[in-house]
Design a binder for this molecule. Structure first.
Ligand SMILES: NC(=O)c1ccc[n+]([C@@H]2O[C@H](COP(=O)([O-])OP(=O)(O)OC[C@H]3O[C@@H](n4cnc5c(N)ncnc54)[C@H](O)[C@@H]3O)[C@@H](O)[C@H]2O)c1
Ligand SMILES: [Zn+2]
Length: 363
């Protein structure tokens, strides 16, 4: 597979520019009259300051005149306290309504920065420069921004579109392997819900060959974009992006409660996709061969998450708290086939537990 120079994906009112030369285009945009006089701010975390900012400043010369705002790495930075610090820093550094924020980082930085940009002085312009695989294929596009409230994820936020998204696959090279695999779970999801051809490509990928990921990053961005454009506020079809996430989110929350090291988002989603593929089979939506193909592929890539029988009850309780579910029926996006999904399917707690048993016991 060839590496990817530059591609554009048109979103509602902005472009997602993808490829190893995409940042040259951002540099040109920032030199245009609409931006040349604006004060620039770059939001990053400790890791992206170290690994991404030097490359970014080299590829985007206007970044050298920007003020840097650094937050601690990790989910804890998606908090109202950190927002307060950033709003204050922007104020002290002289940001005004015409200022521009560049979010240089993973999903934490793009979620947080998008929220900051939407709220500071009632809204300033921003660009997303996603540096993790998860942020490139998922978090940085689609318009959702926000922060956590206590332990409740993404409780406060807004739909807010950037001026543009610039996804350079070169950033992925410094990403720790575990983070890479976490993002890759969303790539697998895109294939499963949307395209049998893409599923074959995903299965054939050699993950040790860094540039081999480039075309997949583009394809995943296109798929997420097509789905979100068809339903920007998640009233219907966009829900298919939740495949793997109903069980996955509960596993992720459960892992945060325990003493053991918590699961990364994609690790939990990978397990959730196996469970939800099982449920899709149970409903007669996919055949046994498809279920086995999906299970084998995912279990071959991700270590099995230990799901003790004792924690089934707690998992169901966590799913009950999920705003998408009512009473004891859970609302799922399921696979209709490899490469096709349906949404708003009601599933009972018993079937969910059966799927957890399948996931835990399958050899
Ligand atoms: N808005 C959305 O639609 C949406 C969708 C999915 C996920 N999210 C959010 O995204 C967040 C998760 O995103 P994430 O997995 O990118 O997490 P993250 O931003 O915490 O990044 C993961 C880790 O990788 C580091 N990192 C990032 N880029 C790097 C690079 N190029 N080199 C070395 N290290 C690098 C980060 O510092 C961090 O330690 C969650 O908060 C989730 O809620 C949002
Ligand atoms: Zn996800």
């Amino acid at each position: 597979m060839s590496n990817l120079a530059l591609h554009r994906v048109q979103s509602s009112d902005h472009q997602v520019v993808v490829g190893r030369y995409c940042l040259a285009e951002l540099a040109e945009i920032l030199a245009e009259a609409a931006y040349a006089d604006a004060k620039l701010f770059i939001l990053c975390d400790g890791n992206t300051l170290e690994h991404c900012f030097p490359v970014f400043a080299e590829k985007v010369p206007p970044a050298r005149r920007a003020e840097l705002i650094e937050v601690a790495e990790g989910e804890e930075s998606k908090s109202i306290e950190v927002c307060e610090q950033i709003w204050s820093a922007l104020g002290e550094l002289g940001a005004d309504r015409s200022s521009v924020l560049i979010n240089l980082g993973g999903g934490v930085v793009t979620d947080l920065g998008g929220f900051i940009a939407g709220t500071f002085k009632r809204g300033i312009r921003f660009f997303n420069v996603p540096t993790s695989l998860l942020a490139q294929v998922d978090a940085s596009a689609g318009g959702k921004t926000g922060i956590n409230l206590g332990h409740v994820k993404n409780q406060v936020g807004l739909f807010n579109n950037p001026e543009g998204v610039f996804a350079d696959p070169a950033f992925i090279e410094t990403l720790p392997r575990k983070e890479l695999m976490s993002g890759f779970a969303e790539v697998i999801k895109h294939a499963l819900i949307y395209s049998p051809g893409y599923w074959r490509e995903v299965k054939a990928l050699d993950l040790h060959e860094p540039e081999a990921l480039d075309p997949l990053i583009l394809r995943s961005i296109q798929i997420k974009n097509e789905i979100t454009l068809s339903d920007p506020f998640e009233q219907g079809r966009r829900k298919i992006l939740n495949f793997g996430h109903t069980v996955g989110h509960a596993l992720e929350s459960l892992s945060l409660e325990g003493d053991a090291k918590s699961l990364l988002h994609g690790e939990a989603i990978a397990a959730g996709m196996v469970c939800e593929a099982y449920i899709s089979r149970k409903f007669g939506l996919i055949d046994q061969a498809a279920l086995e193909e999906i299970t084998d592929f995912i279990l071959g890539l991700y270590p099995r998450v230990p799901v003790e029988t004792l924690s089934h009850h707690r998992l169901i309780e966590l799913m009950r708290h999920d705003k998408k579910n009512a009473n004891d029926r859970f609302n799922f996006a399921l696979l209709a086939d490899i490469g096709d999904a349906v949404y708003n399917r009601e599933v009972s707690a018993d079937v969910v537990i059966e799927s957890l048993n399948y996931y835990s016991r399958r050899v």
